[in-house]
Design a protein. Structure first.
Length: 483
């Protein structure tokens, strides 16, 4: 029999109880990590607290975050170079969209393999290999004058980019205690946002000053510098340079679990699916606009100059940077609020997506700013998806869970960008004007976001919920501490 209290009164009590439980779980996890670390052991059910204190964890994270900054620059470099690319390679809107589609398709398809690689081999080798691929891809893209060669360059960038974010999350997990994870993951997103900002107005200035080849060669050289610094200085865990702790934990904890079972059990977690859909809606809406479609939309539909359009894309990215940091701070202190933050950001992003379609052609900058900021804020809050995925499963599936969550937004972006490019070309061929064609094409990401948001709302009760085994005590696995 239900209590006599009203549902509205019961809801805050349930939220408070859930938040207290999450905070207690994190505190117990951190204490267990410290106890096992002091004995030279690894607790198989938790993320690892750093043995080293002070600046070293932040220095190791900074090296990984620097690789991610380079990746975000390369990923978003067409946000202000899209029109120049159309002229250089003589392609239409679909051809331009295919650049991003190929890059992001590789990115999305590689997320689960990259997650498995992080769980089994550690993040250092993936960061180094991925950064090397991006450097080569940037040089190929800079020197290309034909569309197929340029596509090869973007494909190499996409494959390298795929190795970055999940690997930085693994370094975060290795060096920081669990209660700091959401905040450091959000800082990682902020650093990535800085890479996106560099890929907007600063890249536009570089393109105007050095031209296509010079600008992208500079980007390739800077990426090589990042690669060398990471190779020299990065340690992936406090236990030792080889990252032995994560690999031992996987071998011992996951030796009886086949890869097929890891994938199946990770997918069966409602918390992981909620994280994936969170990323699908929020990051997908953000990337669809900022990667390729945004600048042509602002120029064709609303008459902005190339420079003004680049500035507006920068505003979207600034919204991402600020909101990702704020959301991470809130989630670190009040983990029970993560689900409600995601729902609020989803509503905001949907409102922004609607505005892109319904605003009349020639809208003013003041009218465009609110919906564009809404997309940026939604993208920033999407970074909570990785903390939600982290807390929804055991340690030896952490990389797979992060990889699945990270697939969400980029699957959205691949589908929406290709479909929008085809829609623009089809509408133009049917006699529609440039402004209407670009406005109506944004109905495609709007529909995808609405469908995904329904899933987020249905799974909201599982936000960040860990599925613990019937015997909730995880084994303690002795390991040899590196000298």
């Amino acid at each position: 029999m239900r209590s006599s209290g009203s549902p509205s009164a019961a809801a805050p009590q349930e939220d408070t109880l859930q938040e207290d439980t999450l905070q207690d779980d994190r505190a117990q996890e951190d204490r267990a990590q410290e106890d096992t670390a002091s004995r030279g052991e690894t607790w198989a059910g938790a993320s690892r607290a750093p043995v080293a204190r002070g600046i070293l964890p932040w220095a190791m994270w900074a090296l990984g975050a620097l690789c991610y900054l380079a990746a975000m620059f390369h990923r978003m470099s067409l946000s202000v170079a899209g029109l120049t690319a159309q002229e250089r390679f003589d392609v239409d809107a679909t051809g331009l969209a295919v650049f991003s589609v190929v890059q992001l398709t590789l990115y999305a398809l590689l997320q689960v393999p990259v997650g498995i690689g992080n769980d089994r081999y550690g993040p250092r080798v993936l960061l180094l290999g991925g950064t090397a691929l991006m450097a080569v891809g940037a040089v190929v893209f800079a020197l290309s004058t034909a569309y197929p060669a340029a596509m090869v360059g973007r494909a190499l960038i996409g494959a390298g980019d795929a190795c970055m974010f999940v690997s930085v999350l693994r370094i975060t997990r290795n060096w920081f205690p669990g209660h700091r994870y959401a905040f450091v993951a959000a800082l990682t997103g902020m650093i990535g946002g800085l890479g996106q900002i560099i890929a907007t107005s600063p890249l536009a200035v570089l393109l105007n000053g050095l031209g296509w080849t010079g600008a992208f060669l500079v980007a390739g050289v800077v990426t090589v510098v990042v690669l060398v610094a990471t190779a020299v200085a990065l340690r992936e865990s406090p236990v030792g340079d080889s990252g032995g702790a994560p690999r031992r934990a996987v071998e011992a904890d996951g030796s009886g679990e086949r890869l097929r079972d890891t994938l199946r059990l990770t997918w069966r977690s409602p918390g992981v699916r909620h994280a994936l859909l969170t990323h699908f809606v929020l990051m997908g809406s953000f990337v669809s606009f900022t990667a390729v479609l945004g600048q042509p939309y602002l120029v064709a539909a609303h008459g902005l100059s190339d420079g003004a359009a680049a500035g507006m894309v920068t505003v979207v990215v600034l919204g991402f940077v600020v909101s990702s940091t704020a959301a991470g701070q809130v989630a670190s202190r009040r983990p029970g609020l993560r689900g409600r933050l995601v729902l609020a950001a989803g509503v905001l992003a949907l409102c922004g997506a609607v505005a892109l379609v319904v605003l009349p052609a020639g809208a003013t900058v003041a009218t465009l700013l609110p919906p564009l900021l809404a997309l940026g804020v939604g993208g920033g809050v999407s970074m909570l998806a990785f903390d939600l995925a982290r807390s929804a499963g055991p340690e030896h599936r952490a990389g797979v869970a992060s990889g699945l969550a990270n697939m969400g937004g980029f699957t959205f972006a691949v589908v929406s960008q290709l479909a929008a490019g085809l829609a623009i070309d089809g509408l133009l061929a049917a006699g529609a004007g440039q402004a209407d064609a670009h406005r109506y094409a944004f109905a495609i990401p709007l529909v995808l976001a609405a469908v995904g948001f329904v899933g987020v709302a249905r799974l909201r009760g599982h936000a960040g919920a860990a599925q613990r085994p019937a015997d909730s005590s995880e084994p303690v696995i002795p390991t040899t501490t590196a000298s």
